[in-house]
Design a protein around this ligand. Structure first.
Ligand SMILES: Cc1cc2nc3c(=O)[nH]c(=O)nc-3n(C[C@H](O)[C@H](O)[C@H](O)COP(=O)(O)OP(=O)(O)OC[C@H]3O[C@@H](n4cnc5c(N)ncnc54)[C@H](O)[C@@H]3O)c2cc1C
Length: 416
């Protein structure tokens, strides 16, 4: 017997589902959310392990994201900034790239470092000016790959290999820089406008903040949806829910599973591996991104994230996050990562305690990153059937939040 239930069902309580729910709540429209896992957040989750807060994969919040500014209470998140720049490790030496607008003294100190050719220093300033002075610059260029854009802009191979490839490789989770230059420009402008930050108590604070405002009884955790058809949602436990409006707020792969007739090609997503270590040794004091300028790996980027927020580590300890692009399966991985960290941070890294390793497959969808286009994907699939998620808008926290808003607006328009 189908149960009499609210007429709007949201499937998935990641950022997009929560953003959709937020708008419906504000409009006073009842709904339920069915989430497969044991908490909200989707790909933005954190775990408490031995007094440390470990995000499931290294990720950062860019406070200038326009939709995030609109939706989130930044004071409540207690955002802690990362250093605006990077330490690039190249041939056993460390080279500081400092944002000249925010760390002028560091930038001046390193101005004669020949690691970056003068021509690239000049082009970096030109790009900085272009990106920060043109709002929506990503919409003004043709679709092309990021690497082609950087070459056309005038950057040398050394600059691309030593800085852009590891920095944006870590953001895109691919080092060919085949991701759309529009995505590159959007994200670079966000980085340049207000840097990157971490909530003081971990990334999970973001979905948790959105979930606090959900109407009592609307959120159903551990409630996976098995099938969707016109006007009906079937839970894995067999329960059938009648729904006039169904919003699929899952990842791209799950949306394809629930909607086999979607008619869009599903490309395998991008993966990443994040290995956490702790130590009470003395480490550099800055919350700066360390980059693999050699391109040898396996670690592409690392950060002493407890320098951004001591709340992430237990008392007297540092928390170090190391990120690898892809999901290599090897028993030797920890040893190889440790060797690389000895090169970057000194012999003490031999004694660091390994806390946990996360392998995240399908961390980011591939297709939406290759071509960003100028419009989001269609979010109304059929009367009463909607979708949202990063793959519908753009692959970021901002894109997920924005797509949730668009889906809610489509539902409200249909109700009106
Ligand atoms: C390791 C990593 C690093 C990242 N780094 C950054 C970064 O630095 N900055 C940035 O802006 N973005 C970053 N991102 C991207 C960003 O996290 C995502 O774009 C965003 O969280 C996607 O949200 P979503 O709601 O679209 O999807 P999801 O988070 O995937 O949410 C989908 C939800 O649906 C649920 N679900 C799945 N199947 C079912 C089912 N059958 N029934 C019910 N529920 C179901 C899932 O459990 C999940 O909660 C990163 C992502 C990862 C994984």
């Amino acid at each position: 017997m189908p149960s009499p239930t609210p007429s709007i069902v949201i499937i998935g309580a990641g950022l997009s589902g929560l953003a959709c729910a937020r708008i419906l709540t504000k409009a006073g429209v009842p709904f339920t959310i069915h989430e497969a896992s044991d908490a909200v957040g989707g790909r933005v989750r954190s775990d408490r392990v031995d007094g440390f807060t470990l995000d499931r994969g290294f990720q950062v919040m860019l406070p200038s994201y326009p939709e995030a500014r609109r939706v989130l209470d930044y004071d409540g998140l207690n955002l802690r900034p990362l250093y605006r720049g990077s330490d690039v490790h190249y041939k056993h030496q460390t080279h500081r790239f400092a944002d000249p607008l925010h760390h002028p003294i560091d930038a001046l100190k390193n101005i004669n470092d020949n690691f970056i050719p003068w021509r690239d220093k000049w082009h970096s300033l030109l790009l900085l000016k272009e990106v920060t002075s043109t709002y929506g610059i990503e919409r003004r260029i043709e679709e092309m790959e990021t690497e082609d854009y950087l070459q056309d802009f005038g950057f040398s191979e050394s600059m691309i290999d030593r800085f852009f490839r590891p920095f944006f490789g870590g953001v895109f989770l691919e080092k060919d820089l085949r991701t759309s230059a529009r995505m590159f420009l959007f994200l670079y402008s966000m980085f340049l406008r207000s840097g990157a930050a971490l909530p003081a108590h971990g990334m999970q604070a973001i979905p948790d903040q959105l979930a606090v405002a959900l109407p009592p009884g609307s959120l159903h955790l551990n409630s996976p949806v098995a099938a969707v058809s016109a006007g009906e949602v079937v839970l894995s436990n067999g329960q059938v829910i009648q729904a006039k409006h169904i919003v699929i707020a899952t990842s791209e792969e799950v949306a394809h599973r629930l909607l086999p007739d979607l008619g869009e090609k599903l490309v395998p997503g991008r993966s990443t591996t994040c290995m956490y270590f702790s130590t009470d040794q003395k480490l550099p004091k800055e919350a700066i991104l360390h980059l693999d300028g050699d391109g040898r790996g396996p670690v592409n980027n690392a950060c002493v994230i407890s320098n951004a927020s001591p709340h992430l580590a237990s008392a007297g300890q540092h928390l170090i996050s190391t990120s690898i692009i892809g999901a290599p399966s090897s028993n030797e991985l920890e040893g190889v990562v440790r060797e690389q960290m000895i090169d970057w941070f000194g012999p003490g890294a031999r004694e660091w305690k390994h806390l946990r390793t996360y392998q995240i497959r399908n961390a980011q969808p591939e297709s939406r990153q290759l071509k960003l286009g100028l419009k989001s994907l269609n979010n109304v699939l059929a009367p009463g059937l909607y979708r949202c998620g990063d793959y519908v808008e753009d692959v970021s926290i901002n894109g997920a939040l924005l797509s949730g808003r668009h889906a809610a607006e489509a539902v409200l328009a249909s109700l009106a």
